[in-house]
Each structure stands twice: as structure tokens, then as C-alpha cells.
Design a binder for this molecule. Structure first.
Ligand code: ADP
Length: 432
């Protein structure tokens, strides 16, 4: 097996977002949740994404994990590498993006890369190196209050410069608008001036395609899923990627359906309310879990007899005031951990009862569910809504301690703010 593009993502649902972009541009893509063991048979693919959880880890840990992933991708034959992070950067001046990018450059014996988190379709644009969310500077968008990665400076040049040993330059929008040759010349100028990183402006998908074309010769590209838009065409132009490839085909996965929601993001709250209008639902309560009530068993006893009539919803999602009250009482991490453990147990129980199509809302929640189900890797299929594809599991899935010997599950893993209001039933309507 020889892959073309090897990708390392610093979180879970972000990895799936990148994989979704690559599939839509014609690359057959699979995603693993850690570098696969040597005995794992990797299916034919043009791109592989290794999803790490390295965004807020101690920097040395993030570097080690990223270098391990790089080494595996190099062995798999990748010719180019992509380091994926969030379109709102989600990395303070002490963050991991710069150090990981420099470690990857050093391992590849390269001295230049770009940093471009722009995702215009979702309102993230970069102008003169400043990141905007819609019409607001990143630092005035609400991201300045993020609990883990507060973004108080919208200048990506300054933020990345504070993270890196080497200096950071800018390829501004006038250069991007002049086309790929101009952007390539911009890279050469910055490199000759001793810059090792370039923030690149992008206001539209056209800009991202231009930047992608200009990056054909770079061993390492870093950014959001948007800047990956333009990379597959480079492989086609070079005759390495077949133009007629059908990249989003998944095997059929018949079986019962369910939705698990642990996300409290605005979009998810609307999606939970929408599904409740037509399907039965069960709410988990962190206080009851903390008091020792086995809510996972209660939820399963409630759900299993209903499954034959159609999908059910089990959710922890709650409005901000309720979440705050639970966090004040139990602690932020403890409340999250209790709910994630319950969701994990419920996911196992649902699969044991015949559920094969599962929609999960929430990045951390998806992580807990995928881990509980023992999923090593997923094949990426068609998009449901921007940033969220259907996927099917590959290889062995363990259910608790029981090995299911290759039983495939269809999973839709949705990060908090993605998806239209009727996302849950819309997704199940088009499940593989
Ligand atoms: P998102 O993608 O929207 O950020 P995540 O699943 O990543 O969603 O994070 C949501 C976190 O909030 C999880 O740890 C989840 O267990 C926790 N959570 C969910 N519901 C509640 C609640 N009612 N009270 C407190 N924490 C909650």
C-alpha cells in the first residue's frame, strides 16, 4: 500500500472534518485513532488521517505523539504531510501548534511550511494575518473566553511567533489574489529571509485552491481542513490520483439506529429539541450519576424495547445555566467524565442490542464512545452536513471485553457546532 497524503490531526472530530474534505475532493480516506499496529491490514486509500488528542497536552507529549504518527505515515509511503488544527487556531502563545510544526519540519529535514486555518465556508477568514470569525476578530468572537485555549490576540503572526523558535512571515491577500505562482514566489522570498513559517491570508475557497496549488512542492502543510481543499488536485495533475476515483463509497450497514448527544453547544441543543418533537428521548442527569444511580442501565432498559420502532435519542445536553449548575456542584471535569462514562456504557449496550447506525454529538463524547466500542479506524463516506461525514468502522470492534470480529458499525461523529437543526434524523435517513 502506498498513500499520497499523510495527515496528523490534533483532535478527533477535527480529523473527521479534514477526512471529509479530502473525500469530497476525490481522495479515498481512512482515519485511525492512533498509529495502527504492524499487523493491522490497512485498506487501499489515497490519504490516511491519524487523529490524536494533542491540542492541549503538555508540549513534549504532543510532539512525541505527532512524531510517532509521522513515522507511521512515512512507512505507509506518504509523499506529503498535513498537520491539521482548528479553524479558530485554539492555541495560546504557549500552545502546541508551533512546536509540533517545527518538530515535524525537523523530522522531515525541511525548513519551511505554511499555517492557514482559514475555513471561509464556516466564516473563518484571514486578512493581513488576522483571523476573523464572521465579521469579528478572533479575539472578539467569544473565543477570548474559551476555557482551555482563550484566543486573546487575532494576529496569527504574533501568536505563532510566540510559539516558535524560528520566525513567522506573512503571505498577504494581494499575493494570494495574484495566483499560485505569486504565492510560490512569496514562499521563496520568506524562506530566503530566514522565515520558517508563513501565515497565508485566505478569504474564499478560491483562495484556498490557489494556496493548495502553490503548496504542491511543500513536504509539510499545516492548517485547518479548508486549506486541504486544493491538495488533491496536485496529485491528479501529477498523474498520481485517478480522476474517476469514487472516494465516498461505504459498505451497507443494516441494523437498528440511535442517537447519543453529550454536546451542549448551541447547534446541538437545537438538534436535540428538533428530534424530541418526533422521537422518544431519555435525559441523563449528572447529579443522579454522581449520587450513584445507574442511569446507563436505566437508559438501556428504556431504549431497547423501543428500538424496533425507530431511532431513539439519549442525551446529556443541557442549557448553559444547567451545565454551569452541574459543574459548580460536581466540578467541570467530574461532571464531564461521569457523563462520558455513562455514554460509553450506553453505546456498548445499544450495539449489544443490535444498533449498527449510531449518531454521536460532541467531540469529547465521540471520543469516549469510539474508545468504548474499541474502534481502531473508520472509513470516510459521504458528507451529511459540512464537516460531518458518515463513516464505517474497519476491522475488529470490541464491545466491552467481547470481540465482535469485524462487525461493521456506521458512525456519524458530529462536533458541537456543526449540522443543521434536523441533523440527527437527516443523518439517519441517509445512513449507509
Ligand atoms: P462539543 O463538541 O459540543 O464541545 P463535547 O462532547 O466535546 O461537545 O463536550 C461536552 C462536554 O460536556 C462533555 O464532557 C460532556 O460529558 C459534558 N456535558 C454534557 N452534558 C452536560 C451537563 N448536562 N452538565 C455538565 N456537563 C455536561
Amino acid at each position: 500500500m502506498t498513500i499520497l497524503l499523510g495527515c496528523i490531526a490534533d483532535d478527533f472530530t477535527g480529523a473527521t472534518d479534514l477526512a471529509n474534505t479530502l473525500v469530497r475532493q476525490g481522495m479515498r480516506t481512512v482515519q485511525y485513532f492512533s498509529p495502527p499496529d504492524n499487523d493491522v491490514v490497512v485498506p487501499e486509500a489515497d490519504a490516511i488521517v491519524i487523529a490524536l488528542k494533542s491540542r492541549t497536552n503538555p508540549v513534549e507529549e504532543a510532539i512525541t505523539q505527532s512524531l510517532d504518527a509521522l513515522q507511521w505515515l512515512q512507512k505507509a509511503g506518504a509523499a506529503q504531510f498535513f498537520f491539521k488544527y482548528c479553524s479558530t487556531f485554539d492555541s495560546t502563545p504557549k500552545g502546541n501548534i508551533g512546536p509540533v510544526a517545527e518538530a515535524l519540519l525537523a523530522a522531515l529535514k525541511e525548513d519551511f511550511t505554511i499555517a492557514c486555518p482559514a475555513f471561509p465556508e464556516n466564516g473563518r477568514t484571514i486578512c493581513y494575518g488576522y483571523l476573523f470569525v464572521g465579521d469579528k476578530l478572533l479575539s472578539e468572537s467569544g473565543m477570548e473566553n474559551h476555557p482551555l485555549t482563550p484566543m486573546t490576540d487575532a494576529s496569527l503572526v504574533r501568536v505563532l511567533d510566540a510559539q516558535t523558535k524560528y520566525s513567522v512571515g506573512l503571505v498577504d491577500h494581494r499575493t494570494v489574489a495574484a495566483g499560485p505562482e505569486a504565492v510560490r514566489a512569496g514562499f521563496d522570498t520568506l524562506r530566503s529571509e530566514g522565515h520558517r513559517h508563513a501565515i497565508v491570508d485566505a478569504l474564499s475557497d478560491d483562495d484556498l485552491f490557489t494556496i493548495g496549488t502553490a503548496c504542491a512542492h511543500l513536504k509539510l502543510v499545516t492548517g485547518g481542513s479548508g486549506v486541504a481543499l486544493g491538495l488533491p488536485e496536485n496529485f491528479r495533475r501529477a498523474g498520481k490520483l485517478f480522476a474517476g476515483t469514487v472516494a465516498d463509497q461505504l459498505p451497507a450497514v443494516p441494523g437498528l439506529s440511535a442517537v447519543l448527544s453529550g454536546s451542549c453547544s448551541q447547534a446541538t441543543l437545537g438538534q436535540v429539541a428538533a428530534m424530541q418533537r418526533s422521537r422518544p428521548s431519555f435525559q441523563l442527569d449528572p447529579s443522579k450519576l454522581a449520587a450513584g444511580e445507574d442511569q446507563a442501565a436505566e437508559a438501556l432498559a428504556w431504549a431497547v424495547p423501543l428500538l424496533a420502532d425507530g431511532p431513539v435519542l439519549i442525551y446529556a445536553s443541557a442549557a448553559p445555566d444547567d451545565v454551569r449548575a452541574a459543574q459548580d456542584k460536581l466540578g467541570r471535569e467530574a461532571a464531564g467524565a461521569l457523563l462520558e462514562a455513562a455514554m460509553a456504557k450506553i453505546a456498548n449496550g445499544l450495539v449489544a442490542a443490535g444498533v449498527r447506525r449510531l449518531v454521536v454529538a460532541g467531540g469529547e463524547t465521540s471520543g469516549a464512545v469510539v474508545q468504548a466500542l474499541g474502534v481502531d479506524g473508520i472509513r470516510i463516506g459521504p458528507q451529511i452536513d459540512p464537516g460531518v461525514p458518515w463513516t464505517t468502522t474497519m476491522g475488529t470492534t470490541t464491545m466491552g471485553s467481547t470481540t465482535m470480529g469485524g462487525t461493521e458499525l456506521a458512525l456519524a461523529l458530529k462536533s458541537g457546532n456543526f449540522g443543521v437543526e434536523d441533523f440527527f434524523l437527516k443523518a439517519l435517513d441517509c445512513a449507509p
